[in-house]
Design a protein around this ligand. Structure first.
Ligand code: ADP
Ligand code: AMP
Length: 243
């Protein structure tokens, strides 16, 4: 393991600015489990780079890029966007994060094929995966979280009308922009996204458990508690060599 860490650091992708090995985390859990909220907190407090394919795709849609146009139909339906689009975006973002304190992949991989590609990419760049955090939560709670979720279209901050309301109703605390609901958070599409999650993403949980990487958290707990739990656990966790 030590040998692996040394190799990772000397390849340029595994050592953060403070000299400690960069931390690589994957967040797995159903839509609305709180992955984005926690990833943004890790970015703000621990300097981890938050990499979210959902955020990148929504930005591509707003920018009317080729990827954005291709992805839109899938996203509106609550289906997964084809791998060739998502894989390219994630690999570019991971390459950009090299040399920093680490990264959190929030919503990638979402299929066993994506997990295989991630392993191959990290191995080729000397990157490390320290833990896969699994957000465990009941579906009744998820639907309430999704239907009440509001986003800032400018900075991406995440709110909830009841659980995390902004200081001034409907306005982002950080930049005053008018908050928006995600179209795919409407109940019908959300229920479809849960089915997609169960069929395509949930098998990853056992895959990562077998590899000794899984850290399960009770995602029904308050976000502050989850942050302390996750950061307390991963900051000292050694990287596991790739298979
Ligand atoms: P995901 O990224 O997993 O889809 P989000 O982080 O966007 O989930 O959270 C979904 C909604 O639930 C948001 O409105 C957010 O404010 C709210 N939320 C997130 N974490 C918690 C929590 N621990 N307790 C209560 N509400 C939460
Ligand atoms: P999220 O913001 O994580 O809820 O993702 C929103 C939507 O983006 C999903 O419903 C998919 O359409 C698409 N998406 C996000 N991540 C992926 C991924 N890893 N693979 C394929 N599609 C994705």
């Amino acid at each position: 393991m030590t040998e692996f860490l040394t190799r990772a650091a000397s390849a340029g992708g595994g050592s953060g600015p403070a000299g400690r090995a960069a931390i690589g985390l994957v967040f797995v859990g159903p839509p609305g489990a709180g992955k984005g909220t926690l990833a943004k907190t890790l970015q703000a407090r621990a300097g981890m780079r938050h990499i979210s394919p959902g955020d990148l795709l929504r930005q591509a849609v707003r920018d009317h890029t080729e990827y954005g146009r291709k992805a839109l139909t899938y996203m509106r339906a609550g289906d997964l966007v084809p791998d060739e689009i998502v894989d390219a975006m994630i690999q570019a973002a991971l390459a950009q994060a090299e040399g920093g304190s680490g990264w959190v992949l929030d919503g990638y991989p979402r299929t066993p094929a994506q997990a295989g590609l991630l392993d191959g990419f990290l191995a080729s760049r000397g990157g490390t995966l320290n833990a896969v955090v699994y957000f465990e939560i009941g579906e009744d709670i998820l639907l309430r979280r999704l239907t009440g979720r509001r986003l800032c279209p400018i900075c991406g901050a995440i709110y909830h009308v009841d659980y995390r309301p902004p200081r001034s109703a409907g306005r982002c605390d950080l930049d005053g922009a008018e908050l928006v609901a995600r179209r795919d958070d409407a109940p019908d599409t959300a229920l479809h996204r849960f089915r997609v999650y169960r069929a395509q993403t949930a098998p990853l949980i056992d895959h990562y458990r077998r590899r000794g990487l899984l850290l399960s958290v009770n995602a029904e707990r308050p976000a502050e508690e989850l942050y302390d739990m996750i950061w307390g656990s991963v900051r000292s966790r050694p990287a596991t060599p790739l298979p």
